[in-house]
Design a protein around this ligand. Sequence first.
Ligand code: MN
Length: 246
Amino acid sequence: MNILVLSDLHMDTCDKFGTFQWKEMDLIMQIEKIRDLYSIDKIIFNGDTFELLKYRFDEIEKANPALLDYFRDKDFVFIKGNHDIVNTFGIDHFQITNSHGQTIHIEHGHNADWFNGSKIGRAIGKSGFSLLKMLSHSKFMMDIYLRIVAFNDQIHHIPKKYNTIKYLTYALMLLKEHDVVILAHTHKLESHHTYYLNKKKRYLNCGSCSMGRFQGIIMNTETLEYEMIKEAREKLAIAYKMQYAV
Ligand SMILES: [Mn+2]
């Protein structure tokens, strides 16, 4: 089976504060192109598909109706990330065992963070998210919350992608049990190989499809051979211009 793992689309309403920066039909065509080219059997969205910490789901849906339809029609797998945890659909992780008994473990990776990965952090996060869930029923309260998040975003943070060792450490722990671990969350494409008890281990990070980029991992689940896709938005724009003469 060939799988395509994509993540961190951070789908939003495509306003000036958003980081999705995809025209929905362009993204659908890009996914379909890869699906045909590599004979993909399953497409796995490894978390943060939706930017639900800044936008309401119905707002995102209204701005991207074709993409939401596309997601519903096809046999896609959705894994939860920290930005779409308030969403009701999506699973915590996804595992595949091939005919050799090798396992591929796919999860978003935010459990490596203190906030999401420790008992206290999780408790705070859990109550925060249940509060958010309650708020999301009230448009008025949600609007206030979204304004606070937008303000908080302007305060400088070191992005996760500049400190990825934490996630590599977390992946190494998972690799004691699994042959392949695919995380996301850092927005950095990565691949590392190592050996444990005479078995080859692979940690991959599928990068991000936000900001109009197209990054991901294609893997043959039997041979564990993989390819990393990295297409810059400029290159994609040129390809579309040539293909559709726009
Ligand atoms: Mn994330």
